[in-house]
Design a protein around this ligand. Structure first.
Ligand code: MN
Length: 201
């Protein structure tokens, strides 16, 4: 069974002014669709066909460029859309807030660490907040479409991710990646991040 582009769950313009509708439309309907199609083509007829995307990434041969790039791209964007939503974003509370404060001292210090990881990722890649078994959280980043779950990934299960490829922000922010990173904090769906934390700890 082939992978399918997941539902976005909100309108292209729902995240404005933080993320503009044109960027969302191209990013979702062109880029993410492309990763999805290319992943399906890469696994067709191989022993990866029928496996879950988590298993494909966890067991990945890092030398398999087509599956590495497109499997990562499929997973990363699916997570990215789900952790944003302006209408039901909730608040950072409970066990996840406790874990963030335990790791970083405060929510603001966590945001600084996450923003730094996103800003200093040279070229294309992602910033992540991951949970480790037992509940410890950690910020990290990966290049290109790599993912923390991969054998050479930065470790843990990702629960929040930010795409810092230029295609994610250049139409609206041009070279101002730091402004895009700060805008992202306004549209985080903390309810979904908390759900992923509870499932992954
Ligand atoms: Mn992207």
């Amino acid at each position: 069974m082939a992978f399918e582009l997941p539902q976005l769950g909100y309108a292209y313009d729902a995240l404005e002014p933080h993320i503009d509708a044109r960027t969302m439309e191209i990013h979702y309907s062109k880029h993410h669709q492309g990763y999805t199609n290319n992943l399906n083509n890469a696994i067709a007829g191989t022993d990866l066909e029928g496996k879950s995307i988590n298993d494909i990434l966890t067991e990945l041969d890092m030398n398999n460029g087509a599956v590495r790039n497109n499997g990562g791209g499929f997973y990363n964007h699916s997570l990215f859309w789900s952790v944003m939503n302006p209408e039901d974003k909730g608040y950072l509370t409970g066990e996840l807030r406790d874990a963030i404060e335990a790791a970083y001292g405060s929510v603001d210090a966590f945001k600084d660490a996450f923003a730094k990881a996103a800003a200093t990722r040279f070229g294309s890649g992602w910033a992540w907040l991951c949970v480790h078994p037992g509940g410890k959280v950690e910020v990290c980043s990966t290049p290109n479409q790599d993912n923390p779950l991969m054998p050479d990934g930065c470790g843990g299960t990702p629960i929040l991710g930010l795409d810092v490829w230029e295609h994610a922000y250049y139409l609206n922010y041009q070279n101002r990646r730091p402004d895009y990173i700060q805008a992202f904090f306004n549209v985080i769906n903390w309810n979904e991040v908390e759900r992923r934390y509870a499932a992954g700890k």
